[in-house]
Design a protein around this ligand. Sequence first.
Ligand SMILES: O=C(O)CCC(=O)C(=O)O
Ligand SMILES: [Mn+2]
Length: 185
Amino acid sequence: MKRVVIHSNGDQQLIYFPDFFEKSALQDLITSLNWKNNKIQVFGKIYDEPRCTAWYGEPYKYSSIEWPAQKLTPLLQSIQRQVENHAEFTFNSVLANWYRNGQDSMGWHIDNEPEMDQTCIASVTFGQKRKMCFRSKKTKEKIEIELLDRSLLLMLNFQSDWQHAIPKSRRTMTDRINLTYRRII
Ligand SMILES: O=C(O)CCC(=O)C(=O)O
Ligand SMILES: [Mn+2]
């Protein structure tokens, strides 16, 4: 299997597998997950979050959104097992993100909530390829990668200095589903 080291600095690593899954699970995930388009508050104003999301696993809270415990679906469990075999790490939760078009996006952030194990976050892509951007707060270094259909990106100890984002695009784009497997402690 093709394995690309995008960034490596001690135990801080970004490892990309462009062709990780044989088959795309895009349509099955669109139809089987419990999608929500949440409202978010930015500087006191309420907006629709620019994507749909679904959380499975341990109960979890981020920004103003509270997710109750919800058992992973059989499809989410089967994808998790394939990822765990490669990552040599076990996960107990997954955030699913559905970008419906080029206007759906995710702003700059770090997945550094205290209850999240930051050793390994595994990010799976099905569907439309999208650009993912990283920037280091310390060195101002930037990394851009194109996340392809059926790919896996492992972020190892990558949540302290580096922020990441999925920018909007003016190109015509169709559905992309991202699954980020995490371990909540
Ligand atoms: O859609 C992606 O690839 C990134 C998702 C992400 O950063 C997150 O869910 O925290
Ligand atoms: Mn993230």
